[in-house]
Design a protein around this ligand. Structure first.
Ligand code: ZN
Length: 329
């Protein structure tokens, strides 16, 4: 300890001397250039949010898909193509989430640094689905601790291009990872207060498989894993039977999927004398409006778990984990 204290001023003086001579020899512009913010493009808002947290002031991050946008059917626009071809780093989800962009991203990957972040997950953590043969369920962001495993590699990806900021990226990530763990604990807590018989989550499409596995909910989507398949009348009829038989009292709409099927279900159950409410709107495949709490990953998941728990009978504060959720909608 004493040794470190006594050597520190010397080291600093030496560093200053190097810097002064670098300035004198006109090396300053190169230093400034290499610390310009990294230009990152991410497909979904959830990935962009993580890149912003980890990159901090060292990264300019742009999300291609805003609120309400369905990634299963999204196709890159002309301005997206320009942004991606100019970026230092393109982050996409993978697991066939961006089904309409796969070919473009694969081609771009030959010219730019393009990374599918969900590829980091080991296969034994991934879920399969009967309606989605040969592929895995992509909705891994629904569980903060699982999502943390997806994001784990981002600090190194950023540091590979800005080595001088590696410590900042690592520190930002450590702080965010703690928030993700706290969010997960909050979710487990409020969801465990839902009466056991009510732990059924019925939504427009099958985006909550990982959520169900993590928190002990049966999950049912009217459409399959991808929003690209259409739900038939038979499917609606079957689900009305299920709602009536099981006495399920709330179903949920999603911000990025049409609410047509959910409303048909509520009406169908009503016609059979069973009242089902719409428990709220969940952020399944897209976050809320940028600049709001729900427009961040932490707010998105806080909203989802709080709304689900509250609508299915748990006693929870509708303002959520941090008292920041918009209520009354
Ligand atoms: Zn989806």
């Amino acid at each position: 300890m004493t040794q470190r204290n006594s050597s520190f001023p010397l080291t600093r003086r030496a560093a200053l001397a190097v810097l002064t001579s670098a300035l004198a020899f006109g090396a300053a512009p190169r230093v400034a250039l290499s610390s310009s913010p990294l230009d990152v493009v991410a497909t979904t808002g959830m990935i962009a949010d993580a890149a912003m947290r980890i990159g901090g002031t060292r990264a300019n991050v742009r999300a291609l898909m805003g609120p309400g946008v369905d990634p299963h059917s999204y196709r890159q626009t002309r301005s997206d193509i320009v942004a991606m071809t100019r970026a230092d780093l393109v982050l996409w989800h993978g697991l066939y989430l961006e089904a309409q962009m796969e070919q473009f991203l694969a081609d771009l990957g030959r010219k730019r640094e393009v990374v599918a972040v969900a590829d980091a997950l080991p296969e034994d953590l991934l879920l399969s689905h009967a309606d989605y043969a040969g592929r895995h369920d992509p909705h891994v962001w629904m569980v903060p601790t699982l999502w943390a495993q997806v994001l784990e590699g981002i600090p190194d990806l950023l540091a590979a291009q800005r080595p001088e900021a590696a410590e900042d990226f690592a520190a930002n990530w450590a702080a965010h990872k703690t928030e993700l763990a706290e969010l997960d604990s909050y979710g487990s807590d409020v969801l465990s207060r839902v009466p056991e018989g009510q732990r059924v989550l019925l939504t427009a499409h099958d985006a909550f498989g990982y959520f169900g596995r993590a928190y002990g909910f049966e999950v049912i989507g009217i459409q399959g894993i991808s929003t690209e398949s259409e739900a038939g009348l038979n499917r609606i009829g079957e689900l009305v039977d299920l709602l009536v038989e099981r006495g399920i009292r709330a179903v949920f709409v999603e911000s990025s999927v049409s609410d047509r099927n959910i409303r048909a279900l509520v009406e169908g159950a009503g016609a059979r004398g069973h009242e089902v409410g719409i428990g709220g709107e969940l952020f399944s495949d897209a976050m809320g409006v940028p600049g709001t709490y729900e427009g961040t990953y932490l707010g998105m998941i806080d909203h989802n778990v709080t709304v689900i728990a509250g609508a299915l009978g748990a006693d929870v504060d509708p303002r959520g984990r941090l008292g920041k959720l918009a209520t009354g909608s």
